[in-house]
Design a protein around this ligand. Structure first.
Ligand code: SF4
Length: 455
């Protein structure tokens, strides 16, 4: 019989969370590869909005789902950790209830190991709760913790998570490392002599229901923004063959009827002529009615007339541009990823084929060390004037980034010893009246969006 593994996507514990095409893509890739290596994989997705047991128990707050597979998660209000007790916001566990999680774990009789992933550093309470519960049920089964929190806060995870092994960056890119570890920790593990080629597609089929599929056409990013962990977390920049990517889309569309696809790329449009344009031309030739989404944002500097045309015709519904700020000095400090006039040019190019104001969003950063309220307010206003809509993106300080030391220096919280303080809701590096000013800025952005929507 094939050895069983439990793979867990843990809960989010936070003041707010929204499902913007959020799937544990790294874990699903890993699941697929581990299956190919000969394991029986049981996925427990704590964020599963379609978990049938949740429906069965009639949980009072059924999550509202919105367009194209986005929407709310299940949630239960929980006490705030003591470190966040003064924050005037409700704190919640997002996802299924612990009781249902326990039922799911108990269904798997003799797993050889339990793999837990992790995302934001300040969501670790969900990781810890999952580890504690699985250890109660399967006390002798090794628990292996990986993912982003484990990579960025390895020391914290090793000291506090109670996982048997914490392996930074094991993700989809190094499944053999994980395989070797499993062989090492389970001496009587049946050793596979010959490994089959790894499956290229993530195991979305393990989810209860597939609303959409997340795609990775490239990994890593050629830029190196001082606030971003991509250079540390992701392997060196690499890209998949565009036609092979198109094959994947065809597979999901034909076998699973999927029409919505969300790109998880950090730099989707880099060298577009040789990469994403080739893929999009394939989509156009196929005449399939597909929809594409880019929650991570697109680089302004790469938007020209041709790519704007292709994005529109191929079925992109919402464009998100990484504007960050219009403040000249701050823009330079953040890596100057586009030149003067390029944002305006990008909006013009996007509108030409038919994108409306409402469909062109620009991410505006708030809460960077040294940033002021006026700088953010001016940027928000500017976005509206240019004919796009602003989305406020709160800065979260991240270990191993270039900006980390400065963040530690200016923050009113002890960022180094407590990852809970990396939470972007509390704007840890903002010197002003956090909740008053942030609420005003968000309202400014919302007003511009409402106006664009009602036009
Ligand atoms: S913020 Fe975006 S552009 Fe900058 S390094 Fe990260 S992924 Fe790349």
């Amino acid at each position: 019989m094939k050895p069983s593994l439990i793979l867990i996507n843990p809960w989010i514990f936070d003041f707010a969370a929204y499902d913007l095409w959020s799937k544990p893509l790294g874990l699903l890739y890993l699941a697929s590869q581990l299956r190919t290596l000969g394991f029986r994989v049981h996925l427990i997705d704590c964020l599963d909005v379609y978990n049938p047991l949740m429906e069965e128990i009639g949980h009072p707050k059924k999550p509202v789902r919105r367009q194209y597979g986005t929407g709310k998660f299940w949630k239960q209000t929980v006490p705030k950790p003591s470190q966040l007790s003064t924050i005037p916001r409700t704190y919640s566990r997002y996802g299924i209830t612990p009781q249902i999680f326990i039922r799911e774990v108990k269904r798997v009789k003799r797993p050889v190991a339990i793999l837990v992933t992790s995302l934001m550093t300040y969501w670790y309470p969900g990781v810890f709760e999952a580890i504690q519960l699985v250890k109660d049920i399967h006390p002798n089964v090794p628990v292996i913790l990986g993912g982003i929190y484990a990579t960025l806060c390895t020391g914290h995870a090793r000291s506090n998570s109670h996982a048997d092994f914490v392996i930074p960056s094991p993700g989809q890119f190094r499944p053999m490392e994980l395989y070797q570890l499993i062989k090492k920790i389970i001496p009587d593990f049946p050793i596979k002599e010959k490994l089959e080629p790894l499956s290229p597609y993530p195991a979305f089929d393990l989810l209860t229901k597939i609303d959409y599929v997340c795609l990775l056409s490239s990994s890593g990013c050629p830029f190196g923004c001082p606030y971003c962990a991509s250079p540390y977390v992701s392997p060196p920049f690499f890209r998949r063959e565009p036609l092979e990517l198109f094959e994947e889309v065809l597979f999901w569309h034909k076998d699973y009827n999927i029409v919505d696809f969300a790109f998880y790329d950090d730099a989707l449009l880099a060298d577009s002529v040789n990469h994403i344009s080739v893929f999009l031309e394939g989509v156009l030739e196929s005449n399939l009615a597909l929809r594409f989404h880019c929650p991570n944002g697109l680089h302004i500097t790469y938007i020209d007339r041709d790519i704007a045309d292709l994005l529109y015709k191929a079925g992109f519904k919402m464009i998100r541009l990484g504007l960050e700020t219009t403040d000249t000095k701050l823009h330079r400090d953040l890596g100057r990823k586009f030149s003067e006039g390029e944002f305006e040019g990008a909006v013009t190019h996007l509108k030409r084929p038919g994108f409306t104001t409402n469909q062109i969003g620009a991410y505006v950063m708030v809460g960077l060390p040294g940033q002021t309220y006026d700088q953010v307010a001016e940027t928000i206003t500017y976005v509206g004037k240019i004919g796009a809509v602003p989305y406020v993106s709160e800065y979260s300080p991240i270990p191993h980034t270039e900006m980390w030391e400065e963040a530690v220096k200016v923050s009113r919280f002890d960022l180094e010893s407590q990852p809970l303080f990396h939470n972007n809701t509390i704007l840890p590096c903002w010197n002003g009246d956090v909740f008053g000013e942030l609420t005003t800025l968000k309202k400014m952005a919302q007003d511009i969006r409402n106006k664009a929507r009602n036009k």
